[in-house]
Write a protein that binds this ligand. Sequence first.
Ligand code: GLP
Length: 243
Amino acid sequence: MKVIVTKNNEDASKKAFELIKEEMNNGAKVLGLATGSTPIPMYQDMVNSDIDFSNMTSVNLDEYVGLAPDDPQSYHHFMQVNLFDKKPFAKTYVPDGLATDAEAETSRYNKVIADNPIDLQILGLGRNGHIGFNEPGSPFDSETRKVPLTESTIEANARFFDNENDVPKFAYSMGIGSILKSKKIILMAFGSAKADAIKAMIEGPATPDCPASALQNKDNVTIILDTEAASKLADSAKIEKTA
Ligand code: GLP
């Protein structure tokens, strides 16, 4: 696991986009993509670039159960607005939030992942250490499934909704095991609200209590932080400062 600390999220996003371009130059065809506020500046850099993604495939991490693809709060809509409308991909996959047969939908999505092995997975980080919507307690070998969201995640994500009661209580999420199958992984985290989760992820034990700690000891993982998210890390030897 390589940890890169940059001075702010703009520098971090540029670094992440450089790594994406490097992987595309090396033949990457499938990007695993994430939602949340963290990857937005990176998506802006992608949109403002002259890079063509029209022969690329994307597989997104998760979707709220109960939200239609065109619901403004859905992750499907988020991806359209922030990336796909401006930079078309050959094929994009997001779990279907309206699917009522959870077993059928999660098997369908596991097949999507198996048929489109992810070359480079982009991850954000929940304040409680979740990746995708793999909340604390999620097994490291989990596949796509319907998951209940924790109170802290519902509260953290309430800022995107009119009312906390409108935040869906369940999501379809790619599992940790599926994420770990990606050839390369970039996790980005910005701001002091992520500092405890970053410390637990990097310095704590590898345990489902902190889902992101599943990424420990993997040499295909790059963590890109701003100084605030890195502020509680004790072991500066692990950190390559780029800014
Ligand atoms: C949601 C998403 C995660 C994301 C997390 C952090 O829970 N399912 O994929 O990493 O939010 O969001 P933000 O980047 O807005 O802090």
